[in-house]
Design a binder for this molecule. Structure first.
Ligand code: C5P
Length: 201
C-alpha cells in the first residue's frame, strides 16, 4: 500500500534536509518536486517554451547539472505561476506518490493540491532572515558568492511570488503540522518530523 508524506514550505526552510532524512529513516522514496520546476525554468532560460518543456519533462531531466543556481530558482518560480505548466507536472508527481513502499514529496503544494489525501502533511517554515543566512552559506559553499542582502531579497521575491499566485499558492494545508525551524538544529527538526510520521504509521 502507498504511504505518502507531503512536506511543503518556503525556500531554505529545511524541507529538503528533513525530507531526505525522513525518507532514509523509513526507507521511503523521495522526490524534490522543486527540481521539476527548476528543470522547466532552466529550459526556458535556454529558449524553450515553458508549457512544451513541462509536457516533455522526463525523470532524467531532474539529474541535469546546474539546477541549483539562484538564476534557475527565479526562473522556476516564474514558470510555476503558469497553470498549464503545473497541470503538466501533476501526473508525474502523483505516480511517484502512489509507489509501493512509501514516498516523501517536498514542494509548495503537495499537501494542498498534489496529494490532498497524504497520510502525513508537514509545513516546514522559518523566518526569511534565517532562511537567507542558510541559503547564503550554501551558495558560498558551492562557489556562488552572492551577498547576504541580495540573497534575502531573492528569498523574499520568491516567497511573494509563491504565496500570491492564483494557482496552487504556497500555504499550509488545513491538516498540516507546522514545524518552524528558525531556532532548531537540523537534528531536532528531523526528530520532530519523524515523530509526526510515527504517530500515524
Ligand atoms: O523548492 P525549490 O526552491 O527548488 O523550488 C523552486 C521553485 O519552484 C519555487 O520557488 C516554486 O515557485 C516552484 N515550486 C512550486 N511547487 C512545488 C515545488 C516548487 O511551485 N511543488
Amino acid at each position: 500500500m502507498s504511504f505518502t508524506v507531503a512536506i511543503d514550505g518556503p525556500a531554505a526552510a529545511g524541507k529538503g534536509t528533513i525530507s531526505k532524512a525522513v525518507a532514509r529513516h523509513f526507507g521511503f522514496a523521495h522526490l524534490d518536486t522543486g527540481l521539476l520546476y527548476r528543470a522547466v525554468g532552466k529550459r526556458v532560460l535556454d529558449g524553450e517554451d515553458a508549457v512544451a518543456a513541462a509536457r516533455s519533462l522526463r525523470a532524467e531531466d531532474l539529474e541535469v547539472l546546474g539546477l541549483r543556481t539562484p538564476k534557475v530558482a527565479q526562473a522556476a518560480s516564474k514558470v510555476a505561476v503558469e497553470p498549464e505548466v503545473r497541470e503538466a507536472l501533476v501526473d508525474f508527481q502523483r505516480a511517484f506518490a502512489a509507489r509501493a513502499g512509501g514516498a516523501v514529496l517536498d514542494g509548495r503544494d503537495i499537501g494542498t493540491v498534489i496529494c490532498p489525501e497524504a497520510a502525513v502533511k508537514l509545513f516546514v517554515t522559518a523566518s526569511p532572515e534565517v532562511r537567507a543566512v542558510r541559503r547564503h552559506k550554501e551558495l558560498l559553499e558551492t562557489g556562488h558568492d552572492a551577498g547576504y542582502d541580495s540573497v534575502l531579497a531573492d528569498v523574499r521575491a520568491r516567497d511573494e511570488r509563491d504565496r500570491t499566485r492564483a494557482t496552487a499558492p504556497l500555504k499550509p494545508a488545513d491538516d498540516a503540522v507546522t514545524i518552524d525551524t528558525s531556532h532548531m538544529t537540523i537534528e531536532a527538526a528531523v526528530a520532530a518530523a519523524v515523530a509526526v510520521v510515527n504517530k500515524v504509521r
